[in-house]
Design a protein around this ligand. Structure first.
Ligand code: ADP
Ligand code: MG
Length: 211
């Protein structure tokens, strides 16, 4: 089993669909602890990526990710634009020239992509950001790969870890980004960025596992 260039394109298409479907939900999550734009930001960004599908459809995975990164940086704005932009830029660096990658390589790609977000945003786990969904997802993926689990199982475990990480942001006190301005009042709300990160990784598991 492996992940092909076409699988990556199918994933981005599914993410665009899922983000559009969840646009209002992400806006709602960003209302009490932010400025109610996360859904709109992400939807704008992934729609713009869809507009680039024609020009990237025959390219290698690295070029696809780098194009997605540049598009997100140019269109999303806010905190999440540069952060997801860095995520895909780092993913693109790790996949330069590749037409397919193994699940072991995907674990390395995702770890580098998360490291890019951490380098850029300086958030640690437990600070109520997307890092809280991505970190357990990367850990679960690496562990599954190390244990020799199947690609399908590894992807599923990773998505489930992201979901748990997303839910774990609810009782957290926000220490990064706009939500941190609220102090204690940020407690009790699910982080919008952790939610979009879960949606993105869950989409990869579903699309690549054919469910
Ligand atoms: P903005 O906060 O500028 O309005 P968005 O609403 O699009 O941008 O994105 C908000 C999300 O960005 C938060 O829910 C959080 O997950 C994420 N975020 C904010 N700051 C950081 C950071 N320093 N590191 C990681 N993620 C962050
Ligand atoms: Mg916002």
């Amino acid at each position: 089993m492996s992940i092909s260039r076409d699988d990556i394109l199918a994933w981005l298409q599914d993410v665009a669909r899922i983000i559009a479907e969840n646009r209002d939900y992400l806006v709602q999550l960003d209302s009490p602890i932010g400025d109610a734009d996360h859904g709109a930001n992400m939807d704008r960004g992934f729609r713009a990526i869809m507009g680039k599908m024609g020009e990237i459809s025959d390219k290698d995975i690295g070029t696809i990710f780098k194009t997605a990164a540049m598009t997100l940086i140019a269109t999303v704005g806010g905190a999440s634009g540069p952060l997801y932009g860095t995520f895909f830029l780092q993913a693109g660096t790790k996949t330069a020239g590749k037409m397919e990658i193994s699940i072991e390589e995907w674990a390395v790609v995702l770890e580098a992509a998360l490291a890019g977000i951490v380098m850029r945003g300086k958030a640690e786990v437990n600070q109520k950001t997307m890092v809280d969904a991505l970190t357990p997802a990367v850990q679960a993926l690496k562990q599954a790969v190390a244990e020799g689990k199947s690609q399908a199982e590894a992807l599923e475990l990773s998505a489930e870890a992201a979901r748990q990480g997303m839910l774990a942001t609810i009782p957290m006190l926000a220490l990064k980004g706009r939500a941190s301005y609220l102090g204690e009042r940020s407690i009790g709300h699910q982080d919008p960025g952790a939610t979009s990160s879960y949606l993105i990784l869950n989409s990869a598991a579903k699309v690549w596992n054919g469910v």
